[in-house]
Design a protein around this ligand. Structure first.
Ligand code: MG
Length: 342
């Protein structure tokens, strides 16, 4: 198996602002694994707050030697080998995991969801993300996202109520609210949640800083809306640690080290009685469509990453009024538009 990788910078269509920072680009690394003339693609998307960089991903990938593995079907051994190469590096590990899944399902000649014996998730609608913005910008973005059934609204600024009132005056679609740890106080948070419940909001993601475990558990118990972990849960072991603290979890391939562990997390979360959202970072169609393939069991999906970037190097992920369409082609089902790896 031959491994190739290149750094790539995702250009965002709009400045993206959440409670703690703004950005216009997201660094990433694209990866290709070729076996018997067939190539699988993967990607590591690297938003700053997760601590990985293009440099750290390239350093990790340079250490990966797949020569000892003759078949991509030897997935568990390969992923164990990767995980033992170093701590962390979750997105770098995800890039290899995604490419291997693409490759294996291509070699089998079936779509990835079928290869994994999962249901076709094409009945699901994704949310469209609205970062923290002025009323004018929010209006423009809502016009761009016409037809979507859900918006994911970023809160955690001084203008939270104003943002919701602006959106509420423009549209009556359902809202997911993501605070990105931006509220500090549990009493303020519960008041806000009751206020939001009256304004089409369905759930609250990461309302308080992840380390405030007791306050989050208190909030979840009192909240009339589901309280989801995002920053508070990356991998399977984190999920075990927050059983009973949140009532749901946002699972993302870049946090979970890829598809293999994300599937285990979905199963475990359901076992714990937690709701599941499948989410993404700003990513290309490759990783986002990979996540879509494992989404049939999710309660909600937030897979709009490619819609937020202007230079997606892959094609093959159409959105039909917010519905992700998976074709019957083999693998993840995306094609590289350019000869980036040549
Ligand atoms: Mg989030």
């Amino acid at each position: 198996m031959e491994l190739k990788f290149i750094p790539y910078t995702l250009q965002l269509k709009h400045t993206f602002t959440v409670s703690s920072y703004s950005r216009n680009t997201t660094p990433s690394v694209l990866l290709k694994i070729t076996h018997k003339g067939v190539s699988g693609y993967g990607e590591a998307s690297l938003p700053q707050y997760l601590g990985e960089t293009q440099e750290s991903v390239l350093d990790f990938l340079k250490k990966v030697d797949l020569q000892n593995f003759t078949e991509p079907l030897d997935l568990n051994s390969i992923l164990n080998y990767l995980d033992n190469l170093s701590e962390g590096n979750n997105a770098a590990k995800a890039a290899v995991d995604i490419a291997l899944h693409d490759l294996m399902s291509k070699l089998a000649g079936v779509p990835l969801y079928d290869y994994l014996r999962l249901e076709n998730p094409s009945h699901l609608f994704t949310s469209f993300t609205l970062g923290i913005d002025s009323a004018e910008k929010l209006k423009q973005k809502i016009e761009e996202a016409e037809g979507f059934k859900y918006y994911k609204v970023k809160l955690g600024s001084e203008n939270d109520k104003q943002i919701i009132n602006t959106i509420h005056s423009l549209t009556d679609v359902w809202l997911f609210v993501d605070v990105n740890q931006g509220w500090e106080d549990k009493f303020y948070a519960i008041d806000m949640i009751y206020w939001l419940k009256e304004r089409n909001v369905l759930l609250i993601e990461q309302p308080l800083p992840a380390e405030k475990i007791d306050d989050i558990a208190w909030l979840t118990e009192k909240s009339p809306l589901h309280v989801l972990a995002d920053e508070g849960v990356k991998r399977l072991s984190d999920l075990e640690a927050v059983k009973g603290v949140y009532s749901g979890v946002n699972i993302k391939l870049m946090k979970s080290t890829g598809i293999n562990e994300a599937l285990k997390m979905i199963e475990k979360a359901k076992e714990f009685g937690m709701k599941v959202m499948i989410g993404c970072m700003t990513e290309t169609s490759c990783a986002v469509k990979a996540a879509a393939h494992i989404s049939a069991q999710a309660d909600w999906i937030d897979l709009d990453g490619p819609l937020l970037i202007s230079n997606d190097p892959f094609e093959g992920l159409p959105y039909n009024d917010g519905k992700i369409i998976l074709n019957d082609g083999p693998g993840i089902g995306v094609n590289l538009k350019t000869g980036l790896f040549d």
